[in-house]
Ligand binder design. Sequence first.
Ligand SMILES: [Zn+2]
Length: 423
Amino acid sequence: MRTAIVADRVFDGTKNLGRKVVVLADGLIEAIMERVPEGTEVIDAPGTTLLPGLIDAHVHTDVNGLRMALQFGVTTELEMQGVNTARDRDHIMQNDSLADVRSAGFGLTPPGGHPEELFPKDFRPERGSGGRGGGLAARPRVDPIVRAKVTSPEEAISVVQQLAGAGSDYIKFMVDDGTVEGHPGLPMLDQATLNAGVAEARRLGMTTIAHALTLDATRMSIEAGIDGLAHLFMDRPHTPEIVDAIAQSNTFVVACVVLNASMMGITGAPLADDPRVASKLSKEWDETLRSSFNRFPQGSLQDVLNTLRALDEAGVDLLIGTDVSQPLPFLGGLAHGASVHQELQHFVDAGLAPTKVLSSATEVTARRFGLTDRGTIAVGQRADLLLVDGDPTIAISDTLNIRDVWRRGTRAGRFEHAVSVPN
Ligand SMILES: [Zn+2]
């Protein structure tokens, strides 16, 4: 059976093609045409825009998170530390009621290093994990091989090899001295260990990503030859030197402005109040979204937005990510899928054009992570699609006017959105 979607606008991952008919067959995009072909089921959708399914390039997830993400038009989540998705990988890949996933497995960090400081001392992983074994905190279930901690270049090389062998899709490095989490002096990878791990990953042909929340950690990561940064530093304003270093090294940046905002104590309450979001949130996710990390209240969100704009003007590839994880208030201000839309709005607030921002959640991410079968609307690509009312190439918040989502050509469910859009 073929399906023809007729949309007033088709955003193909880089530009608005205008009114087109997009034909789906066997989970793929079969044709992009001017007229509806014979023998197809037709979805005539006046007033809509069809987009590639969105990609969240920084999550910690599980089956519940992936289900929620898909409802918000996020058809792929890229996990930056976690274990559940590795265990459930085959099931997830074949289940069209969930977003697809890729995972780093565990990130390299020294004993006692990030992210251990984020968890309350009395925190027990089984609490608040939805009963299915919670993401990054599910210690008892974790394969000890991929949890190996590193303190030397030799260990870093060994762990990278083990992660690659255990099925990690890319290699994540934690470069964090605890400055912005209120834990100064946290054990942290040194430059030689980071260099050795990145070099080994490169030798194995794997993409490398660094968790770096400070300007110094960002500089260290670039020095090591990292491919991408999983965060945008938030401890101080940017300098011409750091912008130039990121641009010259062709490093991509998953900005996670929503995480930086949460670290500064800014909650997701306005997003949770949006009826287009509220209707899809469970009670525990509503509470989580209305909370925040609140670790670095002295930070400046305007500095972060200024840095984002400077990187854009320098030609840096900027990716949409959130750092969403579990429904726990101390990891709050974020919710699967929903926060992607807020991140898009932050990018526009920083001064980026809406079409460029939509690329940051689709084409750019697919290209930088080697996901060649998605991120664009083109013949032969996976039919991972998002249909929204309105025109997000002009008004970015229209991405939340979700009408339909397809994952591998399977309609994930029709979403009524007969609600007015709050200003
Ligand atoms: Zn993270």
